[in-house]
Design a protein around this ligand. Structure first.
Ligand SMILES: Cc1cc2nc3c(=O)[nH]c(=O)nc-3n(C[C@H](O)[C@H](O)[C@H](O)COP(=O)(O)OP(=O)(O)OC[C@H]3O[C@@H](n4cnc5c(N)ncnc54)[C@H](O)[C@@H]3O)c2cc1C
Length: 518
């Protein structure tokens, strides 16, 4: 017999085999000895009741043999060294997963990235945190693996209809991720594990004949008869191919400016902007798990909050339990914050972006920038945050209670942010319509999660790079750019994805379109 069932276990039973067998035997009504094997399909934490439990979906085998672990089967890659080239600009999740798919279809990916490979990139990340030096080509957003490498590595996506999420997760497992991501309802890898997984993906791509060019920033497109003939880098090197995937992410402002300058169609799109908030993790644990301490068996608790204030959504974004806040600027003179955590999520802090939807109607003052209005608005706020301390990557911070009351904090809470913090009127750094909505939303959030509004929390300016403020429009069917037919805008920077998995899915989808065109 093969049967799919759901059981509930206490956190301390999660790694105890006999607890599973007991629960299974009770549900399928057979003696424990008759259970041949079982496979965990999904697991999630159920914290709705006073006693927190894991809900676990299982496939149980009583007589049949154990199924093969498909994640360990090699994908059907072809050797592509002499095959037709496709140039991929950007080695983020979109670019890398497009490359893997191209190899499966028999096309040769040439991957170009402005940043360094993961090993060398880590020195720039260290210099950014410790010496406040922003390398405009190698930072938290740019370099091998893109913004996904030194990210939190949360893999949850709502984009399940846009492609095969399981395929992406299995490829991550095949390249070194724990197979837990295949069963957790909110899978997470962590920043300590991601670089080696990204490196392994590079090894696979190269092994099958793909090529990589790091430290290679694309600065121009050579266009003839509504087609891209080639792209050139900062040293004048020309890269030619029949098809180009543009997967440069949402922080590549120079690419949007280049497209706009060359009259290649781009358009403004809504996005979101706000602050990053940091609470002590034990406080979030006690609110979510209804207990004084989460103990040794439960993971750091997460939360997701959303409300409406004056016809605008205000919502939590990229919540990082047991994480740290990081400087995510891509140029000197900007302050941008984001969050990440390691695989064990064991820092004493919980952080999350809390952002307000920005509509095109909010950008009237930026009208003169045309499709780049949102980009300039975002940039101005990041510059104002920098101007406040005018000292490297030191972030302007306010206690949550002071932010809501609109007063400067005389002291701040301890924080995880390595470059340092300074007390500042964060409510004034942000545009009034954003601050006002955040102030009201924080009070509304306290009604949903009692204790959320506390003087033990800090708010940081600014969480500005949540999604792209610009779209690079493409045909809905063919995914070709509306104007340049051999250009495939892809991933978060093109405005068609948000997050690691959805960007990877978009990369796969674009690669399939290029293959199907042939
Ligand atoms: C700190 C942090 C934490 C995050 N945590 C999570 C998380 O937990 N879960 C999640 O789903 N998402 C997270 N994200 C967001 C996620 O990383 C992005 O959504 C995702 O990486 C977008 O993928 P992409 O391939 O479209 O673009 P990107 O990852 O942005 O990659 C773009 C690539 O293009 C390169 N590039 C840019 N311009 C040029 C040029 N001119 N020439 C050559 N190369 C260029 C860049 O160097 C970069 O490598 C996080 C982001 C950050 C910064």
């Amino acid at each position: 017999m093969i049967k799919e069932i759901e059981i509930s276990l206490l956190p301390e039973q999660l790694t105890v085999n006999s607890s599973y067998e007991r629960a299974i035997a009770q549900i399928i009504r057979v003696p424990k000895e008759k259970i041949n094997s079982f496979v965990v399909l999904k697991r999630s934490i159920d914290a709705r009741k006073q006693k927190v439990q894991y809900r676990i979906k299982l496939m149980v085998y009583t007589n049949d043999s154990y199924p093969k672990n498909e994640a360990l089967l090699p994908a059907q890659y072809k050797y592509v060294q002499n095959a037709e080239k496709v140039i991929i600009i950007g080695a983020g999740p979109a670019g890398l997963f497009a490359a893997l798919k191209l190899i499966e279809t028999g096309l040769k990916p040439i991957i170009i990235d402005r940043g360094k490979d993961v090993n060398n990139r880590k020195y720039d990340i260290a210099a950014l945190n410790r010496e406040h030096k922003v390398n405009p080509d190698s930072n938290y957003c740019f370099g091998e693996g893109g913004a996904g490498t030194y990210s939190d590595g949360k893999l949850y996506t709502r984009s399940t209809k846009r492609g095969n999420v399981n395929d992406i997760l299995q490829k991550l497992v095949a390249h070194g991720s724990s197979s837990d991501i295949l069963i957790d309802s909110h899978p997470h890898i962590g920043t300590d594990k991601l670089p080696s997984i990204i490196e392994n993906i590079r090894f696979t791509i190269k092994e099958y004949g793909g090529e990589f060019y790091f430290d290679t920033r694309i600065v121009d497109f050579i266009i003839k008869d509504d087609k891209i003939k080639g792209v050139t880098d900062q040293n004048g090197n020309l890269f030619e191919a029949n098809n180009f995937i543009l997967a440069t992410g949402h922080s590549s402002r120079d690419i949007y400016e280049l497209l706009d300058r060359k009259k290649i169609l781009v358009e403004a799109k809504p996005f979101a902007l706000g602050v990053r908030i940091e609470h002590p993790q034990p406080l979030i644990d006690s609110m979510q798990y209804h207990c004084k301490s989460r103990g040794q068996y439960l993971p750091a608790a997460t939360y997701q909050l959303v409300t409406q204030v004056e016809n605008r959504g205000v919502f939590s974004f990229c919540m990082c339990p047991g994480g740290i806040i990081v400087p995510a600027a891509t140029e000197e003179g900007q302050i941008v914050v984001n969050g990440m955590s390691n695989s064990r999520r064991n820092s004493p802090f919980a952080n999350s972006g809390i952002v307000v939807s920005v509509e095109l109607s909010d950008l009237a003052a930026y009208e003169k920038y045309g499709p780049l209005a949102g980009l300039k608005y975002q940039e101005d706020i990041e510059k104002s945050a920098f101007a406040f301390a005018n000292s490297g990557q030191i972030a302007p911070v306010q206690r949550l209670t002071d932010f809501v009351k609109g007063k400067i904090s005389s002291t701040l809470n301890e924080s995880s942010y390595i470059p340092g913090i300074i007390s500042a009127p964060v409510h004034e750094i942000l545009p009034k319509n954003i601050s006002m909505r955040l102030q009201k939303a924080f009070l509304a959030f306290d009604e949903k999660m009692q204790g959320y509004y506390t003087e033990q929390a800090n708010v940081f300016a600014v969480e500005s790079r949540t999604s792209s403020p610009v779209r690079i429009p493409r045909d809905q069917e063919t995914f070709q750019h509306l104007q340049l037919k051999n250009l495939y805008p892809c991933g978060e920077g093109a405005g068609y994805a948000g997050g690691i998995v959805s960007s990877a899915l978009d990369g796969v989808a674009v690669a399939e379109k290029i293959f199907n065109k042939k």
